[in-house]
Each structure stands twice: as structure tokens, then as C-alpha cells.
Design a protein around this ligand. Structure first.
Ligand code: 15L
Length: 277
């Protein structure tokens, strides 16, 4: 996919890795974040990421702002062909915060994209859209949503919004139900949920480049032997390479006790928090 790509949440964990990847692969990216990008968290130590973060590799000048502000969205999406939308609250928080950053900001983004002629949005959803399914149950995106938290519910809503804008306005969306984005897996759960940095970059590349994707939902997970999530029917041509099992010896050394409820549900601590059934 050619043309300007807007990367929201560029200062976050995934955003910093993708910034470096996009800089290295020559994508014409405009980074944006609600925080000043130079201060949006500690930098990974590799030179490429630091260079991208410092702005040296930016094709378009980075923009700082709040997607809750429609005027900011309009300026940001001017001339954009695609958006990789990572911004938003990444865990369980008071509903008012989710409302602002995961609902209102996402609505602004999609509705501005519609008026600005954006062709495709890659939306960072989450595995917590289905986190109440039991561990060990193999699931795929055709199965009913099963959110494990208000955060997970906000991601379900985001996926439905993306679907509406495809069916009604023809904006393509790839919703990524991201698992555990970590340099290496560090818990038993990660043996199922890990998404390596390398596979995350491949997933976003495929989400941008697969032609005629329409609307799709893909789990953001590496090729883990114990994965619970089945992407075999995805339209996006994502072929993961990493397998958390290779890190099993390291995980065994750092094993901690896990709450039985967390061990029983895919969403783990997200699912267990406030559980009162
Ligand atoms: C998520 O959606 C969170 O943003 C991240 O912090 C992890 O908790 C991840 O899911 C996970 O399930 O491991």
C-alpha cells in the first residue's frame, strides 16, 4: 500500500517497534501520539529505533495531539491513505477514561477517515475481546465475542465500528486482536498468547499490503505451539515465524503461582479482576 500512513500511539510499546520497522522499510509514515514523542517512554537501545524516535527517519513531521479533538483528527488525516491505529487505553481503567480514548477518539478517527478518503485502517483490538473463553478452547474470529472487561468491551465496540464503516462507507479495516506483545515470553500464559516483535511487524505489514481485505479480524499471535487462536480463515496474508515454546526453559525459571481463575480464562487477570459470578 502506497501513500501516507498515519501511525497513532507511535510512542507506545508497539508504536516504537513499528516506527523503527517502518523507518527501516521505507514506509511513508506520519507518527502521532498524545504525548510528546521524544518523551513517550524509554527507548529500546537499538540504533534504528532511536533514530526513528528522534525523528531523523520521519517522512512527515510527527504530530502531537488528542484524537478526541475532531480538528486534530482532520489535520492529521489530511492526505492519508491508511492508518495504523494503536492509540487508546491498553488495559482496564475507569469507564470515563475508556469512553474518551477508546470510544470517542475511535469514532472521531473513523468518521474523519471517511471524510478524508482514507482507504484502510489497521485497528489495534485485543485478545480481551474474547478473554472470557476458557483456556485450552480453540477459538477463531467467527465465534461470538466474549469480552473479559470494560477494556475488552471497548475493543468489541471498536471492531463493530470498523465493520460499520466497511459495510456502509467502504473503508477497509483489519482488526488485530493482539495477544501478548513482548520481546520474549515470560509466563505460562505467554506460551499461548505471545506475539513477538518480528511477527507483530509482519502482521501489520500484511494488514497494510494484502489486497482487497474488506473487513477482517486476525489474532495477533506468533506461531505458538499452544496457541488458542485460529487465524486459518483470515484474509490477511499473515505468516508468523516465532514459537513461544522455544523459550520454555527461560519461562520455567521465572514461574510464579497463578490464581486458579486467571489460569482458567484466556483473559487471565483482565478476566479475574472484579469477577463476582
Ligand atoms: C492487552 O490487550 C494489553 O494491552 C497488554 O498490556 C497485555 O495485557 C495483553 O493484552 C495480554 O493479554 O497479554
Amino acid at each position: 500500500m502506497t501513500g501516507k500512513i498515519v501511525l497513532t500511539g507511535a510512542g507506545g510499546n508497539i508504536g516504537r517497534v513499528l516506527s523503527a520497522h517502518f523507518a527501516a522499510t521505507g514506509r511513508p509514515v506520519q507518527r502521532t501520539d498524545i504525548q510528546p514523542l521524544a518523551q513517550a517512554g524509554a527507548l529500546p537501545s537499538d540504533g534504528k529505533t532511536a533514530q526513528a524516535e528522534a525523528g531523523a527517519a520521519d517522512v512527515f513531521p510527527p504530530m502531537q495531539g488528542d484524537l478526541g479533538d475532531p480538528a486534530f483528527c482532520k489535520a492529521l488525516l489530511d492526505g492519508a491513505h491508511a492508518v495504523v491505529h494503536l492509540a487508546g487505553i491498553p488495559n482496564e481503567q475507569p469507564f470515563d477514561d475508556l469512553l474518551q480514548h477508546n470510544y470517542i477518539a475511535l469514532y472521531n478517527l473513523y468518521d474523519t477517515a471517511r471524510r478524508s478518503g482514507v482507504k484502510r485502517i489497521v485497528y489495534a483490538s485485543s485478545n480481551h475481546a474474547t478473554g472470557m473463553y476458557p483456556t485450552g478452547t480453540r477459538i477463531d474470529p467467527s465465534m461470538p465475542v466474549n469480552p473479559d472487561s470494560q477494556y475488552g468491551l471497548s475493543k468489541v465496540w471498536g471492531e463493530a465500528l470498523a465493520r460499520l464503516y466497511w459495510e456502509k462507507h467502504g473503508i477497509e479495516s483489519v482488526c488485530l486482536r493482539i495477544g501478548s506483545f513482548q520481546p520474549v515470553p515470560s509466563s505460562i500464559r505467554h506460551l499461548s498468547t505471545w506475539l513477538s516483535h518480528r511477527d507483530a511487524c509482519a502482521l501489520v505489514d500484511a494488514s497494510l499490503d494484502t489486497p482487497n481485505v474488506g473487513f477482517d479480524i486476525v489474532y495477533g499471535v506468533s506461531a505458538n505451539r499452544r496457541a488458542w487462536w485460529d487465524n486459518s480463515h483470515a484474509k490477511v496474508a499473515y505468516r508468523p515465524n516465532d514459537n513461544a515454546e522455544q523459550h520454555l526453559p527461560e519461562i520455567d525459571r521465572t514461574l510464579t503461582k497463578v490464581d486458579p481463575l486467571e489460569a482458567r480464562l484466556q483473559g487471565a487477570d483482565f478476566a479475574a479482576e472484579g469477577y463476582s459470578r
